[in-house]
Design a protein around this ligand. Structure first.
Ligand code: HEC
Ligand code: HEC
Ligand code: HEC
Ligand code: HEC
Ligand code: HEC
Length: 243
């Protein structure tokens, strides 16, 4: 499903940048090479300032009016009930129709809004959900690396538990990734709270900072004195995200 979308996605949606072939080579060169600061700065200014990279607010129409506000906010379902691979894999799976049918075989079995779910279940063809968040293929991203280390879904997707329709809350551009990678402290929380989107909102910025720095020590991003480690410098290394 992912493959199909990325092959048609970039041109039809007009999001993300369609890059020439030399780009791959250039990235490899940049990722491995040393004295490239000059090119790097030029590229960053040129691309980083490009308005094309900002797509916050993107909210495509979905084939079924499935509401996270209802299923998560009101019914209290955990994200992992449906997005089952988010802790184990790079990709956070979109649930198969069976997951919906666990309840909707009995709950609202006649609802016209659920017609596409029943058709999908009967035919075995998946529901055509439209992808909301989509990084260019030359960027490497990994859910499990974030979620199992204490970065909550809310840091990157906003209050999904209040969204009737999912939209892209953050720009997802390189500057945005790097802002957190340079200092993730305030976005780190205990791992068992990552899907509890409203957790810890009452903490002051100082508390977030000091708690986050403790977690960073646990991850080996800061040493016992609180100085950045080698592992910390890897977070801003080109080859971490472009490999
Ligand atoms: C009952 C199943 C279910 C639960 C529980 C659920 N989701 Fe979803 N989620 C879906 C479905 C179906 C879609 C695809 C349709 C859409 O985008 O609304 C989706 C889409 C998404 C997307 C957009 C994916 C894309 O296309 O880019 C994000 C982000 C997301 N969910 C995050 C969450 C988070 C965070 C939670 C927990 C707070 C959660 N979901 C809980 C079923 C669920
Ligand atoms: C844990 C049980 C459960 C699961 C799993 C579940 N739902 Fe629901 N869903 C409900 C309940 C309960 C309601 C009705 C809430 C109410 O209005 O009382 C509902 C309502 C809905 C409605 C509104 C129907 C109408 O006629 O108003 C839609 C659409 C819907 N769900 C889609 C989905 C989809 C799509 C999935 C799978 C991604 C899904 N649901 C998974 C329990 C579930
Ligand atoms: C560090 C930021 C970050 C965190 C934390 C995060 N996501 Fe995502 N999510 C993304 C990005 C970026 C994409 C687009 C990935 C792509 O296009 O390759 C995405 C895409 C998705 C998708 C669409 C399917 C996919 O994998 O492309 C779902 C569903 C989703 N996220 C759910 C979640 C849930 C649930 C959580 C929390 C348990 C979560 N995300 C935590 C950044 C994040
Ligand atoms: C809110 C903070 C935050 C945001 C936003 C964020 N990251 Fe991260 N990222 C982290 C943390 C924390 C780690 C884990 C560091 C560690 O354990 O060494 C990490 C790790 C990674 C890793 C290393 C995975 C591995 O184990 O090899 C990659 C790749 C990565 N992030 C890519 C991205 C990309 C691409 C984006 C933007 C689309 C992004 N991140 C946005 C905080 C963030
Ligand atoms: C934390 C992850 C991360 C790191 C580290 C990173 N990038 Fe990126 N880079 C991204 C993301 C995400 C995009 C996609 C931007 C978009 O679609 O808006 C991107 C896009 C680009 C682009 C394409 C132009 C653009 O902005 O759309 C170039 C060139 C680039 N990066 C070069 C570099 C170089 C050189 C380095 C090392 C100095 C680097 N990147 C380090 C995440 C990262």
């Amino acid at each position: 499903m992912r493959e199909q979308e990325s092959s048609s996605g970039s041109s039809t949606l007009g999001r993300g940048t369609v890059l020439p072939l030399w780009f791959d080579q250039l990235l490899k060169l940049l990722a491995t090479g040393g004295a490239v600061t000059g090119i790097y700065v030029v590229l960053l200014v040129f691309f980083g300032a490009s308005p094309k990279t900002i797509a916050s607010g993107y909210m495509p129409e979905q084939p079924i009016p499935y509401s996270h506000a209802l299923h998560v906010g009101e019914l209290g379902l955990d994200c992992r009930y449906c997005h089952t691979t988010v802790e184990k894999a790079a990709f956070a799976a979109i649930p198969p129709t069976q997951t919906c049918m666990n309840c909707h075989e009995r709950v609202f079995p006649e609802s016209p809004d659920l017609e596409p779910v029943r058709t999908s279940f009967a035919t075995g063809l998946p529901v055509n959900w439209v992808k909301v968040h989509d990084l260019p293929d030359y960027v490497y991203f990994n859910h499990s690396a974030h979620v199992t280390r204490g970065i909550s879904c809310v840091s990157c997707h906003g209050r999904i538990d209040r969204m009737v329709e999912v939209y892209q809350h953050e720009p997802l551009n390189m500057g945005w990734c790097l802002r957190c990678h340079r200092n993730p402290a305030r976005n780190l929380r205990p791992v068992d709270r990552v899907t509890d989107l409203g957790w810890g909102l009452d903490r002051s910025e100082e508390e977030k900072d000091s708690q986050g720095r403790e977690i960073m020590k646990g991850l080996g991003l800061l040493d016992t004195e609180g100085n950045p480690t080698e592992r910390m410098t890897l977070l801003t290394n080109c080859s971490t995200c472009h490999r």
